[in-house]
Design a protein around this ligand. Structure first.
Ligand SMILES: NC(=O)c1ccc[n+]([C@@H]2O[C@H](COP(=O)([O-])OP(=O)(O)OC[C@H]3O[C@@H](n4cnc5c(N)ncnc54)[C@H](O)[C@@H]3O)[C@@H](O)[C@H]2O)c1
Length: 266
């Protein structure tokens, strides 16, 4: 299908050294796009080498570094057609874990997650939109989360709050950019096996509890998200903007009432 093609497009993926970002970068490179991988980790060099793509070490929380990244891409590749704004972290306890309750959570932990997931996205959105507005063309695809669409006690406060804010940012930017020919959409994955929860294996009970909340009875894989990402990058989604696209094995279609799991006085 010709409209799904992204060959010869210039693509940026942030948070591309690992997980969902790496798989999106791999898919775009396999489809013939010129792919720029950006990540705070030096591992981005290895990741890019595997794809014959271009690596950039960049911390999305640094506005000057993000501006330099985007200017550098335009200088070397001539334009920027697609931006996957995907870098994100969690690493903070959920309200079900010690230290994660609203009255226990440190402000530093709150700020750490917000600075990457929300401020970092703002910097990336600002710089990529600046270029695409001038081009009068482009597709920006942001990685949100199903945790931004509803409360999720198994995930930390700042993560849920940042991803809910990401959804608002995507919709607002889509309105502003629509008449400039720039589309802005979000992916909202459910639980996907990546490094975001740290590289230590999850407990069997936690894995099983998550699986129990997924009608397809398995965690997602980055490859479950990459096809949707390709769709949103390509002309196959030419009339989609400001929309949030869920891929979660059916989890958000399932009404789960399990308030017994929530903490509370005896
Ligand atoms: N894994 C899941 O269950 C899941 C579900 C929904 C949404 N997401 C979102 O998907 C995105 C990708 O996460 P993932 O699950 O692939 O995790 P991951 O940890 O495997 O990959 C995230 C990448 O982002 C990079 N990164 C972190 N901070 C950065 C910074 N300041 N600047 C630049 N790069 C930075 C990391 O080095 C890493 O390579 C995130 O936005 C995450 O919130 C993940």
């Amino acid at each position: 299908m010709d409209t799904l093609r992204i060959d010869r497009r210039v693509v940026l993926v942030t948070g591309a050294a690992s997980g969902i970002g790496w798989e999106i970068a791999r898919t775009c490179a396999a489809e013939g796009a010129t792919v720029h991988l950006a990540d705070i980790s030096d591992a981005v060099h290895d990741a890019a080498r595997q794809l014959t793509a271009i690596a950039h070490v960049c911390d999305v929380t640094d506005p000057d570094a993000v501006r330099a990244l985007v200017d550098g891409i335009v200088e070397s590749s001539g334009r920027l057609d697609v931006a996957f704004l995907n870098a994100g972290i969690n690493g903070v306890p959920s309200p079900l874990q010690p230290g994660g309750a609203i009255d226990e959570l440190s402000f530093a932990a709150w700020q750490r997650v917000l600075s990457v997931n929300l401020d970092g996205l703002f910097h990336c959105l600002q710089q990529t939109a600046r270029v695409m507005k001038t081009q009068r063309a482009g597709s920006i695809v942001v990685t949100a989360s199903t945790a931004g669409l509803r409360a999720e006690p198994r995930v930390s406060y700042p993560y849920v709050a940042s991803k809910a804010a990401v959804v608002g940012l995507v919709r607002q930017a889509a309105l502003e950019l629509a008449r400039f020919g720039v589309r802005v959409n979000a992916l909202a994955p459910g639980p996907v096996v990546t490094n975001i929860g740290g590289t230590a294996p999850r407990s069997e009970s936690s894995t099983a509890a998550w699986e129990d909340s997924i009608p397809m009875r398995r965690w997602g894989r980055p490859s479950d998200i990459a096809g949707l990402a390709l769709l949103l990058a390509s002309d196959a989604s030419s009339w989609m903007t400001g929309s949030i696209h869920v891929a979660d094995g059916g989890a958000s279609a399932l009404t789960q009432v399990s308030s017994s799991e929530l903490p509370g006085p005896e």
